[in-house]
Write a protein that binds this ligand. Structure first.
Ligand SMILES: O=C([O-])CC(=O)C(=O)O
Length: 159
């Protein structure tokens, strides 16, 4: 689906919220969009994997990693799973790794930075809770749209 976040922002000023522009797209697809599922973790990606393996096709998985720059929460394997399952994309308030693999996938993967270190695997965290991303709260079921200009969220589907 082709859309431009600038047009969505202009067209739906009362519905759209724009987080601070902190994110870089490390995936091979410029656009990502879809209904949001959320995960809140701290340097542990077991629940991230669980979400990527189980949410419905088209879902954008938003990972609130607390902005941690201590490890990567998503790498090439998890992103490949997401791409193969036809997810809408991944947004990580934290780091990703295997940048060369992410760039080859037909999937948008937004993150703050890259990091070579893997995360813990203890399974701590929460799923399906409101999360804070770039100063904006995002609730499960809201809609996220991102392109080369950035990302925005809306309580309802815009397209
Ligand atoms: O397993 C992990 O921690 C993340 C990772 O490297 C991958 O998805 O390939």
């Amino acid at each position: 689906m082709t859309f431009h976040t600038a047009d969505l922002s202009d067209g739906f000023p009362d519905k759209t919220r724009v987080p601070e522009p902190l994110f870089t797209n490390y995936g091979g697809r410029v656009r990502l969009s879809g209904p949001v599922a959320t995960v809140r973790v701290r340097d542990d990606n077991v629940l991230v994997r669980e979400a990527l393996e189980t949410v419905p096709e088209g879902t954008v998985v938003v990972v609130d990693g607390g902005g941690s720059k201590r490890c990567a929460l998503v790498g090439g394997n998890l992103a490949k799973t997401a791409a193969e399952r036809g997810l809408g994309g991944i947004v990580v308030n934290g780091c990703v790794r295997d940048a060369h693999e992410l760039a080859a996938l037909d999937l948008g993967v937004l993150a703050l930075a890259t990091h070579p270190k893997k995360s813990a695997k203890n399974g701590t965290g929460e799923r399906d809770v409101p999360v804070l991303l770039g100063g904006v709260e995002i609730a499960p079921g809201e809609y996220l749209y991102a392109d080369a200009d950035g990302l925005l969220v809306s309580p309802e589907r815009l397209l």
